[in-house]
Design a binder for this molecule. Structure first.
Ligand code: FAD
Length: 474
């Protein structure tokens, strides 16, 4: 039998098959916690090639790990079982002509999110997905993780923005579900099954994405407030006042702000006072007739009169608006530059955010006294990135990371929330899922995996552990 790696090299040519040193940049995950050297990196340019690669690998018993921009935070886009290959979609990056009438565009899975934003700008259309990693994250990875981001409050998560999909299944067949309609109830919602499947059920090769008209005006404000309860109270009021115009309601805490200001040159905080919590709020509209500035200014007045808002500023230019957003988007980077950290991607009902932050604080301090907590994220979705830095002067968490992660996951679960709000499970959170979700739910996922990928060749060890995925189901 021909060596499968040699067969892939021959099929894909020198640009399409990387091995040895050339494969090194694809080896480790973004947080540098997972990844072994892959047998090689396949870089196909057509869906047919993807199907050939999957067939060849599955026949040869080689596991396949799809990789987009490799910015995932749960270790799902790298090889962990020996003899696996990475399937990089980076050379499949074509963007079709946008269809303004139906508000859609067909793209290949390797398109970088910010490149899609740029390509749509001249057409007066937007793809309303925004996140800190948008300069690297690719459409296939965003679908694979069912990404959320800072506009999910108004436009939903990736599953709400995908109208159709093309997927190469583990047996090498190609499912063409590239329909461009919102309404398609012809059976199970297959496209949604692949949103958040993290490459365990097939390789997304193309997608039909839902577009919106580009906003013609924006009103953006940066606020400082006494605590997270005040932020939630103001957010709730603003939601009632601004309705569908509210497109961003993001928060970060003062500890996170101080890390960003310490580590990132060019950042400054423009307000005179500094409370414990800061809010970034944004209203957008496609009509120039909606008085966004007035709606926002009157809501701020309401918040100040009630002592919820300590200080605030409206963005007076695009540059100032960009700076406000940078203060929020640089939260992960500021903490990364501070050193070792633990990331927890929590969601709870919005009205219980303050309760989670307070109870989480008590739990974490009880496990490791002095641990520094940096909650920030998408307030409007109840999504808290509850990230920790070690106690001042210490480099690590004294081996307490799993205990802290489980305590926070159990707390979120008890509050009808999630320990995996928008980043997925990957490899990092399988143990948490096994402990905090019912056996029925875990078994259902293992059955789905087994039904589509009975040999367990697609990204093994992600979402369900390998032994569960290969269990002999009746
Ligand atoms: P990768 O990391 O390459 O892959 C992610 C998963 O998808 C893996 O399991 C992979 O195997 C699978 N996959 C990749 N391509 C395909 C494909 N073609 N078909 C099937 N499966 C595939 N996430 C949010 O949701 N919201 C945020 O606000 C947010 N902010 C972030 C900020 C920073 C600074 C960073 C570093 C990350 C952030 N993330 C956020 C996480 C990350 O950016 C998202 O998870 C993103 O969707 C990953 O895209 P990617 O192309 O990098 O995917």
């Amino acid at each position: 039998m021909t060596d499968p790696a040699a067969a892939l090299a021959q099929m894909l040519g020198p640009k399409g098959w990387l091995s040895g040193e050339e494969a090194e940049p694809y080896r480790q995950d973004w947080l540098k916690r997972y990844g072994i050297a892959p047998l090689g990196v396949a870089r196909p340019i057509t869906t047919a090639q993807v199907a050939e690669i999957v067939t060849l690998c599955c026949d040869a018993g080689m596991n396949v790990v799809p990789q987009g921009g490799n910015t995932g935070l749960c270790g799902g886009a790298v090889v962990e079982r020996a003899g696996g290959i990475i399937l990089s979609l980076s050379r499949m990056a074509a963007i079709g002509e946008p269809d303004a009438a139906s508000g859609s565009v067909v793209v290949e899975a390797g398109v970088i999110l910010s490149a899609l934003h740029d390509a749509l700008a001249p057409h007066g259309l937007v793809f309303p997905m925004h996140l800190g990693a948008e300069g690297s994250a690719r459409i296939g990875g965003l679908i694979g993780t069912n990404a959320g981001g800072s506009h999910a409050l108004r436009h939903g998560m990736m599953q709400d923005l995908v109208l159709g999909l093309e997927v190469v299944l583990p047996d090498g067949s190609i499912w063409n579900g590239l329909r461009a309609v919102q309404k398609d109830n012809a059976g199970y919602q297959l496209r949604k099954l692949f949103c958040g499947a993290e490459g365990t059920l097939g390789i997304v090769t193309r997608a039909v994405l839902k577009l919106s008209p580009a906003p013609r005006q924006r009103a953006t404000a940066l606020l400082t407030l006494g605590d997270s309860a005040a932020a939630v109270a103001f957010g709730t009021y603003l939601r009632g006042e601004a309705g569908e115009f509210l497109s961003g309601l993001e928060f970060f805490c003062d500890f996170g702000l101080s890390l960003a200001l310490k580590h990132l040159p060019g950042l400054s905080f423009p307000l005179e006072s500094r409370g414990d919590v800061h809010l970034l709020v944004e209203l957008t509209s496609n009509s120039t007739r909606v008085p966004l500035d007035e709606i926002l200014a009157s809501a701020l007045e309401w918040g100040m009169e009630r002592g919820l808002i300590m200080d605030g500023a409206l963005a007076m230019s695009d540059a100032q608006r960009a700076h406000f957003w940078r203060l929020r988007e640089e939260q992960p980077e500021g903490q990364r530059l501070e050193g070792e950290q633990l990331k927890h991607d929590i969601s709870v009902p919005v009205g219980r955010i303050a309760e989670f932050i307070d109870k989480g604080q008590a739990l974490c301090q009880g496990i490791l006294s002095g641990v520094r907590i940096n909650p920030f994220g998408h307030l409007g979705d109840g999504n808290i990135h509850y990230n920790l830095s070690p106690p001042a002067g210490r480099a690590d968490f004294d081996g307490k990371a799993p205990e802290i992660a489980q305590a926070l996951a159990a707390l979120a679960t008890d509050m009808n929330g999630s320990f995996a709000a928008e980043h997925g499970l990957g490899r990092a959170k399988i143990a948490l899922a096994d402990r905090n979700r019912s056996p029925v739910e875990r078994d259902l996922m293992a059955r789905l995996k087994h039904a589509l990928d009975p040999l367990g060749m697609m990204n093994p060890g992600v979402i369900v552990c390998e032994s569960l995925g290969k269990k002999n189901f009746p």
